[in-house]
Design a protein around this ligand. Structure first.
Ligand SMILES: *[C@@H]1O[C@H](CO)[C@@H](O)[C@H](O)[C@H]1NC(C)=O
Ligand SMILES: *[C@@H]1O[C@H](CO)[C@@H](O)[C@H](O)[C@H]1NC(C)=O
Ligand SMILES: *[C@@H]1O[C@H](CO)[C@@H](O)[C@H](O)[C@H]1NC(C)=O
Length: 465
């Protein structure tokens, strides 16, 4: 029934087709979502929206909470520029600043020596919006840092730039540095990166668990003290919300994706949408999925045909782990139930097509996990590991169900899959409550308000120095 080429490969959705589809539906905004390909646990999961293509003028809305940044000079320091969560999030902030009339400067620390198409296109996107893009090493960068009202260092790794470029001027800049941290892995706790952390004006971290972890690790490992630390949960972009709230667009996307996967409208579709890697737990999810099929068969439960889709494959990068996943599927003879989709720029169609999002990140979990709030915007319940930022987003029993990370979570997740498969009402109610939670806490406006509160503190501090 599936139109799979070479077994269970699913044809990648054609972006152009989807865009045409959205235009046809006269959705006001064209969207392109980037699944990030960052290096670290927290960096890999955030999807960001490209806001460039707008066909309808912006609807007048509340004034931006960041309007006090008008005419302020802001230098944004990114460790790299790619379609990964960290840099794209910083770009979103750059555009929020531009909208309120701040002067925004951007530098990228690590750049490949040869021409790079992605960097070129992202830089032009910024230039179009009036962001001034400088080289990380030149005099311009130093001047911008010295004259700035605010410097935002993005990710722990960006810390190296302070000494290398600013040299003896470092101390003049630290008091206006806000350090935005999105990672939670051991190898970032190196003095090389973060020795100036105690002296900056503030640290902004995506979740409470991550902030606790940083506090603990800097103290225990490096004997340094965190600066004033602010937890800022992320929010969904307006563009994502527009698609999520457009029932016609959602229906068309759902039909299209399901058809391409060979999944019928009445079937139940569970998905993981994350770069494929052991840390994201696709292997354990497949085991849970298999176990859930066994449970259903064993108890002779009446449920719709269930499918699993893993969005985020990259046969080039992760061959060993990818092969392991595919071998498992063959070994358990569930090829007709499990679908692999390549990493894609567009996640909205998949969110429109599925019934349940599985967030199976392992160990310390996600730093935040933006896909979780994106799924909730689409009224999907979330089955997530009780780890990291997921515990701050998903309300266990209300907007989803949590299971332990690690092998010990395989059976609990399998049982939760069965629960949602058998209790239709409960599943739908959880999705609706998740949506309600997003509207209450996880919109761009909320994120901007949270960031504004932090910036006011940070600016106060830098002024008094
Ligand atoms: C998925 O990616 C792999 C490796 O990059 C490529 O060979 C394959 O054709 C892609 N599949 C689809 C359906 O696009
Ligand atoms: C830090 O974490 C370790 C174990 O993860 C714990 O034993 C220790 O008490 C924690 N320290 C602080 C200061 O919270
Ligand atoms: C989530 O709730 C279920 C009951 O609904 C409970 O059994 C489980 O222990 C809870 N998990 C966490 C991590 O709170």
């Amino acid at each position: 029934m599936a139109k799979h080429s070479g077994g269970w490969w699913v044809p990648l959705l054609q972006n152009r087709y989807l865009l045409a589809l959205l235009v046809m539906l006269s959705v006001s905004t064209l969207v392109a979502f980037f699944v990030r390909a960052g290096l670290d646990a927290c960096d890999r999961n955030i999807e960001v929206v490209d806001k460039q293509v707008k066909s309808v003028p912006q609807i007048a809305s509340k004034p931006s909470p960041l309007s006090f940044m008008k005419s302020k000079r802001v230098l944004l320091v990114s460790h790299q520029l790619s379609l990964s969560g960290g840099p794209l999030l910083l770009m979103e902030l750059a555009f929020l600043f531009r909208i309120v009339g701040a002067e925004v400067y951007w530098i990228t620390i690590q750049k490949p020596s040869e021409e790079d198409e992605v960097i070129y296109s992202l830089e032009h996107k910024m230039l179009d919006r009036g962001v001034q893009v400088f080289s990380a090493k030149g005099k311009e960068a130093i001047d911008a840092a010295l004259k700035a009202d605010l410097v935002v260092l993005n990710t722990a790794v960006a810390g190296k730039w302070l000494d290398v470029v600013l040299k003896e001027d470092v101390s003049r800049v630290l008091q206006k540095v806000l350090w935005w941290i999105h990672e939670m892995r051991g190898h970032y706790f190196k003095l090389d990166y973060i020795k100036h952390l105690p002296s900056v004006a503030g640290a902004m971290i995506d979740s409470h668990v991550t902030a606790e972890y940083w506090k603990n690790r800097t103290q225990e490992r490096l004997r340094i003290k965190m600066p004033e630390t602010y937890v800022v949960h992320l929010g969904n972009s307006k563009e994502l919300m527009e698609v999520a709230e457009d029932s016609v667009a959602k229906r068309v996307l759902r039909e299209h994706v399901r058809e391409s996967l060979g999944v019928r409208n009445e079937d139940l579709l569970f998905a993981i949408i994350n770069s494929v890697s052991r840390g994201k737990g696709q292997d354990l999810f497949l085991r849970s999925f298999y176990e859930s099929l066994q449970l259903i068969q064993g108890k002779k439960l009446q449920v719709p045909t269930m499918h699993a889709v893993i969005v985020g494959s990259d046969m080039n990068a992760q061959t060993k782990f990818e092969s392991e996943l595919r071998n498992y599927v063959i070994q358990k003879k569930i090829q007709d139930r499990v679908h692999f989709v390549n990493k894609t720029l567009t996640v909205a169609p998949y969110l429109a097509a599925i019934d349940v999002l599985v967030q199976n990140s392992q160990a310390r979990g996600e730093c935040f996990g933006r896909i979780t709030i994106e799924a909730m915007a689409f009224q999907l319940p979330v089955l997530g590991t009780a780890a990291g930022g997921t515990t701050e987003i998903v309300v266990n029993g209300t907007t989803g169900l949590l299971h332990p990370a690690g092998k010990g979570g395989v059976i609990p997740l399998a049982k939760n899959i069965v629960k949602l498969a058998t209790h239709v009402e409960r599943r739908l109610t959880m999705g609706k409550r998740g949506y309600g939670r997003v509207k209450e806490k996880f919109l761009e406006q909320h994120m901007a308000e949270r960031i504004a509160a932090v910036l006011k503190e940070v600016l106060k501090k830098s002024k008094s120095n």
